[in-house]
Design a protein around this ligand. Structure first.
Ligand SMILES: Cc1ncc(COP(=O)(O)O)c(C=O)c1O
Length: 462
């Protein structure tokens, strides 16, 4: 048992006093070896933002200072932090079954969770493939799409269509269909045969529109041009986030997703919704597909499935897709894909307890009911210095700040530091955009607190 009891800075290194079997020992805890993901490592290590524990809407620093979570971790702790039923389920599962082989064997909770997820999905999306993250979910969905065309004799359909500004995780599949330049430019030629739709955001047309903007449905028609260029017989799938989260909260223009659906139908192209962020209540519904009344062929999910407590991701597919693979000798593997930790028992236990909480506390409905108060509070920031745009949809908000001359990203970075250290608020930043996505358990008072703290932060910045 290793318990961090104290932490002090010592010339850039930290020293943690730990208690082992009741005996306190000083263990040197050098900040250097850990290479933090998607983090400014040098700035972080000079001034670390450490979190020691969490409960419901709050984090607590090692010194015990409470910090309000404005982002549900990384868009994932939708039921709030360290919820007792989830903790109990994980604990009980760890004591009962740590692991069962994921290939050729399984365990009961995997089937139970697949049924529960399928029951939340729209239309005939009724089969669930499990993995461990959003990135794996995206790679899995792209591979299923390619293999689906292959097994039904249209193996020439190999092209994948993503979108500019999209974020689909960090696997080679995800960055290939993704559209964020820094996530792509360092990593070589990426997947061949990928094309991109234009991004749906145009500040001149859409600034300060709460919810889905009126302008932009026509941008889906770019798919017609891509099909005309390559021929439908070569196109396997289109993948989009119904609402782009990591690119800075870009809600879909009204009618855009419907238009994509009908063009995909016209040409036999599979439509994949990447719902890693939008799944499990973020937009007031189990899936954004329901909010928009559009049924995709595949849905990716992760994050909210376990409220961030144990890593898990997955793909839900329509019945005809699953059925297309169920051929050949019955002892033969139908899809050559999977992960050691697909449907890990701890993740399944956490997922089941999380879905119970969402149902029992009606958290998706709660998110929907809070949307007007959330939008109204967000728009109070309009007119503050350097605020260029505010976008909201569901319980998300993106706030674009003007850059300091020659220092792109520095103002938002300063906002994140100030909010954490001075205001006791965690916000997420991406370039000069601040993104908010609180746990769905938040109260109207929490909404006011989040935007008051953020307003004070923005006013304090130069
Ligand atoms: C839409 C979308 N897809 C995929 C991912 C990748 O998920 P992970 O970080 O779990 O691999 C993310 C992460 O934010 C995401 O927003």
């Amino acid at each position: 048992m290793w318990v961090a009891a104290a932490l002090q800075s010592d010339k850039g290194n930290a020293v943690m006093a730990t208690a082992t079997a009741g005996k306190a020992t000083a263990v040197p805890n050098d900040l250097a070896p850990y290479w933090l993901p998607f983090t400014a490592n040098r700035a972080f290590k000079a001034s670390p933002r450490l979190i020691a524990r969490a409960k419901d809407m709050h984090y607590y620093t090692p010194e015990g200072r409470a910090v309000l979570d404005g982002t549900a971790g990384l868009w994932c702790c939708n039921a709030g932090h360290n919820r007792d039923p989830i903790v109990a389920a994980i604990t009980a599962q760890a004591a009962e079954l740590d692991y069962a082989p994921a290939f050729q064997f399984s365990h009961g909770k995997a089937f139970e969770l697949a049924s529960r997820v399928a029951a939340l999905a729209p239309g005939d999306l009724d089969h669930v493939f499990f993995c461990n993250s959003g990135s794996e979910a995206v790679d899995t969905a792209l591979k299923i799409a390619l293999a689906f065309h292959h097994v039904r004799g249209e193996g020439a359909r190999t092209r994948l269509i993503g979108r500019e500004r999209a974020y689909h995780g960090v696997g080679f599949g995800g960055i290939s269909v993704g559209g964020i330049v820094n996530n792509r430019k360092f990593f070589g030629a990426l997947l061949a045969g990928v094309d991109h739709l234009p991004a749906t955001y145009d500040r001149a047309q859409q600034a300060f529109s709460s919810g889905e903007p009126e302008w932009g449905a026509h941008l889906a028609d770019a798919l017609e041009r891509i099909v005309a260029l390559h021929d439908a017989s070569t196109v396997a799938a289109v993948i989009v986030e119904p609402m782009s989260g990591s690119a800075g909260v870009l809600p879909p223009p009204k009618g855009y997703l419907q238009r994509l659906r009908s063009i995909c139908d016209k040409y036999g192209i599979l439509l994949i919704f990447d719902e890693v962020i939008t799944g499990f209540g973020r937009l007031g519904y189990a899936f954004a597909a329901e909010r928009y009344g559009v049924v995709p062929d595949l849905i990716t999910f992760a994050k909210g499935i376990t409220s961030g407590s144990v890593p898990m991701g997955g793909v839900i597919v329509r019945k005809p897709i699953y059925d297309a693979f169920m051929r050949g000798p019955v002892h033969g593997i139908e899809l050559f894909h999977g992960y050691t930790y697909s449907a890990h028992p701890l993740a399944c236990a956490a997922g089941l307890a999380t879905l119970d909480l969402y149902r029992d506390e009606q958290l998706f409905e709660r998110a929907k009911a809070l949307e007007p108060a959330w939008y109204a509070a967000a728009l109070r920031l309009k007119g503050l210095p350097n605020v260029l745009d505010i976008r909201c949809v569901g319980l998300t908000c993106g706030i674009d700040l003007a850059s300091r001359p020659d220092a792109f990203g520095a103002r938002a970075y300063a906002a994140m530091e100030h909010a954490f250290a001075q205001e006791g608020l965690v916000i997420r930043i991406n370039g000069e955009t601040i993104a908010l996505s609180p746990p769905l358990i938040l109260s109207e008072r929490d909404i006011d607190l989040i935007f008051d703290k953020l307003a004070t932060t923005i006013r304090a910045l130069n």
